[in-house]
Design a protein around this ligand. Structure first.
Ligand SMILES: [Zn+2]
Length: 181
C-alpha cells in the first residue's frame, strides 16, 4: 500500500466492487413478487406500493426482493454475509423490503447497483413516505454508506425500512404477529 500508487476509486465503482448486500439472498426468493409483498406488515406494504407507483410514474419499475423473513432465513443471510444484522432485522417483522430498480434494457433487477441515480431517487421518495434505509448516511441525501458483514463490506442499496414508531427492530418483532402466509 505504501509503495504502490493507488488510484482513487469513485463511490459508484466501489459499490459495484463491494457488491450489493442482498445479492446473496436473491437465490431463495421462491415466492412471486406479489406473494412476497403480501408478507409485508400492512403499513409498510401500503407505503411500498405507493413508492412503486411513484417510481413507475418516473419510468422506473421496482423489483421486489426479500420482504418478511423467518428467523431461519435471517440467520441464513447473516451466515452468507449478506446482512450485517446479528440480532433482529426489520425484515423479521415485515417492516423491511429489498427493492431494486429494473434495468429497462435487460428487464432484470439492477443487483449490481449500476444505476446509482435510480437507487438515490427510490430512497429519496421512500424518505418522503416516512421510510428509512441503510444505503446513505445521512439518509437519504448523504454519501453511500457501507456495512460490515461476516464477508466484508457491502452496500445495502435495495433495503427499505418503515419503523412505524418502533424504536428498534426487536421491539417491532415482539409486537408483530406470527408469519401467516
Ligand atoms: Zn434488506
Amino acid at each position: 500500500m505504501a509503495n504502490a500508487p493507488r488510484k482513487r476509486i469513485g463511490w459508484q465503482a466501489l459499490a459495484v466492487g463491494a457488491g450489493l448486500v442482498a445479492l446473496g439472498s436473491y437465490g431463495f426468493l421462491t415466492m412471486t413478487a406479489t406473494g412476497r409483498e403480501l408478507l409485508l406488515e400492512a403499513e409498510t406494504r401500503a407505503r411500498y406500493l405507493r413508492l412503486k407507483a411513484i417510481m413507475a410514474a418516473k419510468g422506473i419499475r421496482l423489483f421486489t426482493g426479500s420482504t418478511r423473513r423467518t428467523s431461519e432465513q435471517q440467520a441464513a443471510v447473516v451466515a452468507k454475509g449478506t446482512s450485517a444484522v446479528k440480532t433482529a432485522s426489520w425484515h423479521q417483522s415485515g417492516r423491511a423490503v429489498d427493492a431494486y430498480p429494473i434495468d429497462p434494457v435487460t428487464g432484470k433487477p439492477d443487483l449490481a447497483g449500476k444505476n446509482a441515480g435510480a437507487f438515490r431517487q427510490m430512497h429519496q421518495e421512500w424518505a418522503k413516505l416516512g421510510g428509512s434505509g441503510l444505503a446513505y448516511s445521512p439518509y437519504p441525501d448523504g454519501p453511500m454508506r457501507y456495512l460490515t458483514t461476516s464477508k466484508g463490506k457491502v452496500w445495502d442499496g435495495g433495503h427499505l425500512e418503515y419503523h412505524g414508531g418502533y424504536p428498534t427492530a426487536l421491539a417491532a418483532l415482539r409486537a408483530s404477529g406470527p408469519v401467516t402466509a
